[in-house]
Ligand binder design. Structure first.
Ligand SMILES: Cc1cc2nc3c(=O)[nH]c(=O)nc-3n(C[C@H](O)[C@H](O)[C@H](O)COP(=O)(O)OP(=O)(O)OC[C@H]3O[C@@H](n4cnc5c(N)ncnc54)[C@H](O)[C@@H]3O)c2cc1C
Length: 344
């Protein structure tokens, strides 16, 4: 078990902000998990679990606690029939490596979530999703360490309360409680994928005259679309979508439409306003705020061009929210989570 001291959170997160974490422990073996929690308990310090830091913001005061980074590796097929394949992947695997693993074998269900940065263990936490697919459609269970009891527990999908960017792992009394060791997903074996696909994906398919729809073809299309509009964390600092889309009931949707706003109806019937659309309509695309730039290609993304301080992010976020609220009456909600300061 590798314990490091006084590590800048800015080096652990793709937004590249945040002061020092008192301790950082990389978990590369199952036996490291209870050891690490014991270490934190002995020092009377709180624990924060992380993967790739692609949805996490560090604050200037750092974290007076212990960050555990999941490095548990391994992907295995547990069972397979003509229709279905059940896969278990360890939480420290790179999410996109799992997508590649599935697509190479012709398994379908996560191909549209290609190139989402981060780890497998974080994927269920905010129910990641893209281009019409999300975790709730494929997850069967997670295996997690519960530091309150010291046990490894299996949490089934029905107990995860998954909705848009929300689950028991990030919302409610059990938020932040578990260390997700592995996930089990069920994919379609030898699926026949049929158009129409998610709007922007379908547009790309039509424009490129693509007529064969294997999971790998869809993976390639999604990867191309993303490369053209989303920042590569290795090059540009961001946390992906900085604000959440806004879900509306029928009455709110009618009010929004009456104001001339575009309301999307999802395939499941739910109604939503795209937060990026509001930011763009407000004329903020490409604008700079305190060292952050509203991406010219995807207005939902804030790129950290030169900011070194969380205070700059706070100022940028609050200005954008105020402009959008004053124009449209919707208060945008931040998507990435923030590491609390730690010990009181
Ligand atoms: C350029 C870019 C594009 C993105 N595009 C998308 C997208 O299309 N769709 C999407 O949904 N997201 C997207 N994201 C957000 C991000 O990729 C996902 O949220 C991803 O799941 C984060 O993984 P991570 O390992 O980096 O998580 P981290 O940022 O390390 O952690 C995120 C949360 O999960 C918790 N966590 C992490 N690992 C564990 C574990 N093993 N056990 C328990 N809790 C854990 C953390 O405590 C934290 O609350 C994007 C981000 C970037 C930078």
């Amino acid at each position: 078990m590798k314990i490091q001291e006084n590590i800048p959170i800015s080096k652990l997160t793709t937004m590249r902000l945040g002061g020092d974490a008192k301790y950082v422990i990389e978990i590369s073996d199952l036996s490291d998990i209870p050891e690490a929690y014991k270490f934190a308990k002995e020092k009377n310090l709180p624990v924060w679990v992380m993967g790739g830091g692609a949805n996490t913001i560090g604050r200037d005061e750092g974290f007076d606690g212990v960050i555990l980074i999941n490095r548990l590796r391994g992907i295995e097929v547990l069972s397979q029939t003509a229709d279905e394949v059940v896969i278990r992947a360890m939480g420290g695997e790179v999410w996109d490596d799992l997508v590649q693993f599935a697509c190479e074998r012709g398994y379908s269900g996560i191909e549209s979530m290609s190139k989402i940065p981060g780890t497998v263990g974080a994927a269920p936490v905010q129910n990641i999703g893209a281009y019409g697919q999300d975790m709730s459609q494929v997850i069967e269970s997670v295996e997690a360490y519960d530091p309150e009891t010291g046990d490894l527990v299996i949490i089934g999908k029905e107990d995860m309360k998954m909705s848009y960017r929300s689950t028991i792992f990030n919302t409610g009394k059990d938020a932040g409680r578990y260390f997700i060791v592995s996930i089990t997903i069920v994919l379609e074996n030898e699926a026949t994928l049929e158009p129409p696909f998610y709007n922007s994906l379908q547009r790309y398919i039509d424009e490129h005259g693509i007529t064969e729809f294997s999971p790998m073809t869809i993976r390639k299309c999604v990867s191309e679309i993303r490369a053209g509009k989303l920042p590569d964390p290795a090059v540009e600092a961001s946390a992906g979508s900085f604000f959440k889309n806004i879900y509306l009931d029928d009455e709110q949707a009618a009010e929004a439409e009456a104001k001339g706003l575009k309301v999307w109806t999802k395939p499941n019937g739910s109604k939503m306003i795209n937060a990026g659309y509001l930011i763009e309509e407000a004329g903020l695309k490409g604008r700079e705020f305190h060292g952050f730039k509203v991406s010219k290609k995807a207005a939902l993304i804030l790129i950290n061009e030169s900011a070194k301080s969380y205070a700059d992010l706070e100022a940028a976020r609050d200005e954008i929210r105020k402009i959008v609220f004053d124009k449209y009456g919707f208060m945008l909600e931040q998507e990435p989570v923030e590491i609390p300061a730690g010990k009181e």
